[in-house]
Design a binder for this molecule. Structure first.
Ligand SMILES: NC(=O)c1ccc[n+]([C@@H]2O[C@H](COP(=O)([O-])OP(=O)(O)OC[C@H]3O[C@@H](n4cnc5c(N)ncnc54)[C@H](O)[C@@H]3O)[C@@H](O)[C@H]2O)c1
Ligand SMILES: O=C(O)C(=O)C[C@@H](O)[C@H](O)[C@H](O)COP(=O)(O)O
Ligand SMILES: [Zn+2]
Length: 356
């Protein structure tokens, strides 16, 4: 059983989520000759299954193993992927498939965006975070020493095949990290998500119940709607960056060793505190951020002495214009807004609510 959630584009494509969805990959890449299947070691068996489906459909898969997680999302690994495509003689009628968590699909999508200035690609997200967020919407890219995702391209996939069964092997901490982005969707657009988690936080993490699939579908619908309206982040899409200004700074100062979803959880509390200090958000909604994230055992605090480093790292956030920091905040539940150029005092006051 599966659900198809359309991203209306342009270009249009489907997010197919549920069980037995992998056949949608060869279907979406019909007519391609060679297909590079980019994967990290923990997902080697699934990558082989995808390759077998491509072979059965008449394509010629080339396996391209890459280092796991953030250690594969950099310029050196990107260049190795280009070399693999070059050695196999990839042309514009060929394609790429990314099989893995968000780090691998971000990398694979960027390989596809840059090879011959853009070839088709498909995403097979294998983490919760990848299914609800990273694989959807066409943001592809890599990290640099200066910051998270600083090099990349908007290059939407031909299909996203999210097979809920693959989540069975996902470590619980990675499942929880994915829920941070689901919570984000709850605060910016769909408060039912928050009610579902608050009513039964354990059920939100159980693969065999009905709650987790509903949360996945709801979060994908939030993202699909936003990116269908504003692929290139001219305005509306910025709401998906809620919690990411401080979150990305945490990841950068930790050398990309911290789970993205955990950093976003800390960043969500910071953004809520910032909104309150700016007089835009009530105490109860700020507190709701802490409680729902803590129910999922996600971090909501960070080292007090890290503030100078975090503050410097935030300067290179993609929403920054010149010297003006810009934050996504809330004016209320499901009422995302922008805060431009907050004072240093305000920034530090908000951090005092996160600092331990
Ligand atoms: N492009 C976007 O719009 C977007 C959105 C959100 C996040 N991201 C990016 O996504 C990345 C985070 O993604 P993530 O949380 O998936 O982390 P990740 O890709 O680093 O994966 C986390 C770990 O889970 C493992 N894993 C994944 N699926 C598994 C499975 N089914 N079974 C066993 N192990 C599995 C991975 O091998 C890895 O060790 C970050 O780089 C973030 O910047 C991008
Ligand atoms: O899709 C988006 O747009 C988002 O902002 C979703 C985020 O969850 C995601 O982490 C994204 O990669 C951040 O984008 P960036 O442009 O700040 O790197
Ligand atoms: Zn994110």
């Amino acid at each position: 059983m599966s659900t198809t959630i359309p991203v209306t584009g342009p270009p249009p494509y489907d997010v197919v989520v549920g069980h037995d969805v992998l056949a949608s990959v060869p279907a979406a890449l019909a007519g391609t000759q060679r297909v590079a299947v980019i994967f990290a070691p923990p997902l080697a068996a699934l990558a082989e299954r995808v390759a077998a489906l491509l072979t059965a459909a008449g394509s010629e898969p080339t396996p391209v193993p890459v280092p796991d997680a953030e250690s594969g999302k950099n310029a050196e690994v990107l260049a190795r992927c280009w070399d693999a495509l070059g050695a196999a003689g990839f042309t514009r009628s060929d394609a790429v498939v990314g099989v893995g968590g968000g780090a691998v699909t971000d990398l694979a999508g960027f390989v596809a965006a840059t090879w011959l200035r853009g070839v088709r690609w498909a995403a097979v997200p294998t983490s919760l975070l990848g299914m609800v967020d990273a694989a959807v919407g066409g943001k592809t890219g890599i990290n640099t020493a200066a910051g998270k995702n600083l090099v990349g391209a908007f290059h939407p996939p031909a299909v996203v095949a999210a097979d809920l069964d693959v989540l069975r092997t996902l470590p619980p901490a990675d499942l929880a990290a994915g829920l941070a982005e689901v919570v984000k969707c709850g605060f910016i657009a769909d408060p039912t998500i928050l009610k579902l988690i608050e009513a039964d936080p354990a059920a939100a993490q159980q693969l065999d119940g009905e709650i987790l699939p509903e949360l996945v579908e709801r979060a994908i619908r939030v993202k699909a709607k936003v990116v269908s309206t504003d692929l290139h982040e001219a305005g509306l899409r910025e709401v998906l960056n809620y919690g990411h200004t401080l979150g990305h700074a945490v990841e950068q100062i930790e050398g990309y060793q911290r789970r993205h979803g955990e950093a976003v959880a800390i960043g969500l509390v910071y953004a809520a505190a910032l909104a309150r200090h700016a007089g835009r958000l009530d105490d109860a909604t700020v507190e709701r951020h802490r409680t729902v994230l803590q129910q999922l055992r996600l971090p909501t605090t960070y080292r007090a002495d890290a503030w100078p480093q975090l503050r410097a790292a935030m300067n290179i956030d993609k929403k920054t214009r010149g010297a003006t920091l810009r934050f996504v905040i809330l004016d209320g539940l499901a009422r995302p807004a922008t805060l431009e150029g907050p004072s240093e005092e305000l920034l530090a006051q908000a951090y005092s609510e996160v600092a331990v």
